[in-house]
Design a protein around this ligand. Sequence first.
Ligand SMILES: NC(=O)c1ccc[n+]([C@@H]2O[C@H](COP(=O)([O-])OP(=O)(O)OC[C@H]3O[C@@H](n4cnc5c(N)ncnc54)[C@H](O)[C@@H]3O)[C@@H](O)[C@H]2O)c1
Length: 348
Amino acid sequence: MLRVGIAGLGFMGMIHYLSYQKVRGAKVAAICEQTRKRLSGDWRDIKGNFGPAGEQMDLSGIATYDDLDAMLENPEIDMVDITLPPALHADIACKALRKGKHVFCEKPMALKLSDCSRMIAAAQKAKRQLLVGHVLPLLPEYAWARKVIDDGRYGKLLGGSFRRVISDPAWLKHYWKAEVVGGPMLDLHIHDAHLIRLLFGMPIAVSTTGRSRGQLAEYWSTQFRFKKNLAVTATSGTIDQQGRPFDHGFEIHLEKATLLFQFAVIGDDGKYLCPPTLLDHRGKTKSAKMPAGDPMMNAFQAELKAVTESVRAGKKNPLLGGNLARDAIAICQAETKSLLQKKTITIK
Ligand SMILES: NC(=O)c1ccc[n+]([C@@H]2O[C@H](COP(=O)([O-])OP(=O)(O)OC[C@H]3O[C@@H](n4cnc5c(N)ncnc54)[C@H](O)[C@@H]3O)[C@@H](O)[C@H]2O)c1
């Protein structure tokens, strides 16, 4: 049994806690949170942009802490699951690794590349796994696209466009502070940056235009340049109006197929603006069948199952690896630089 200590019981901590209840081979043994009422199970004020509302929980049998260092001393914990604000990821990850714990850390891995490198080095030194929670490739629609691409029957990838735009998340504290969260580039677009890195490899340059808020990107479009002849673009960021808390999608081009998908929450209503659809080279369109249930909750369950299997088997799942997550940060940083400096930025 993989015994997990959750560090930070906010929105994501709650989603992870609920997901672990459905994963065989893992159990939540400890929780550390600085908001004390959550340690007594009162999660009613937790808010996010998907998943169930917070409830009063029964945490009997779970060790609770309001101090991160104290939780790390608990010998009954095998892995620390970090769902803290991004600025805190690197330090707690390195400390946990030094204490001999495995680490699963929510995206973004950290706010600085030097912190990512520090985390990777700490894991290597401790001979423990460091996994980073990039859930997007496991979302049913994205998992479908990856499967079609990997199948090979539709030829090579030619490129794609990716979209992720939300209403300004007024409920998230410090969202627009570069030193705490990093705004929509590192909070939101990091998902597509990671996916683009996964599907197409590392871009050699980016060219980004759009709006900024101070030194943070607010709403933008990026063209990614690769050594290979690929046409890849992404649009991401926030809009000022509330009422569309979530919107994401893609159009992926292969030699013999185009894959389409767009989902949005408008008001309280989550719906496909375009269901996952394959256009083939004979002009036929085929809708893909998606699994039943809440796609986000399904994806987190799949992610934590993959994490549990990775650690228990002692075989790191490459999809959740630190190097890919670090590359995603490097891509995002280059995009912000390109937007602010109004020029193409080469990625070394
Ligand atoms: N994969 C996804 O789709 C997804 C979605 C949302 C958030 N996230 C990520 O999850 C992480 C957390 O985001 P969130 O939305 O849950 O934020 P949140 O603010 O709701 O939760 C963070 C929690 O950490 C607690 N905390 C802060 N400092 C602490 C400390 N020193 N000791 C103990 N507790 C402390 C806060 O009180 C809060 O409850 C971020 O990295 C975010 O990017 C991922």
